[in-house]
Design a protein. Sequence first.
Length: 228
Amino acid sequence: DLRRYHFTKPDGSPKEDRPPIVFMLDLSKLGAGQGVGWAVNLLNTHRNSSLHHSDIHDPLSWYFPTFLADELFAVPLGVAMGRLLCCTARYLRDTHQLSDFDCLARFGRYQREPAAESSPRIRWWFAQLVAWALCVAVSRYIGGLILPTLEVLIGPYSPFHMMAHFIARLQWSCAAKRYFFAGFLRVTLDIVEITVVDFFNKFVQAKRQDQAEGTEPLIAGDRLANYS
């Protein structure tokens, strides 16, 4: 039968084997989340550049510090929110027999039966896409409050303020700063973020205790004890 992973290594680490259509659906959810995160990040950047407690009012100088703060605080928060959402969906499905929540029980699973995953339900995918985009939007907004809070509390001693000050005083052209900080570094961190989020969001086959005897994994699960 079809499996996302085959546990073939002695340490139990997985080898990915998602069907192409499932991979594309997972990737589309990540893309939607990245788009939402980018929009919220722009709003946070303009807010941070106009802080009354700051002596730096250049949005370009605040762009990378704002994005970095979002990555450090908002991304883990978004993953946690997604996990909580899926746990809640499974509770409502199992305890109150609300089968409509089955589509949100685990991110990355688009059919009730893992063996049918090569024929995903588009409705399940769309529900998960909207849910993940909302998790990203809320987490980015909440995480975006970290930087202005530090700016109010410790002002120029905030590491993000120091970073913005360094970028503002850097003797580079505006275009060079834009290409490096808003381009190269942003894309590099985006790749890292997508890799980490996909690590947690994809549906996997859990490894059972009896796999030590050499049998195939049979229990459907996810990366962290049934996360999304």
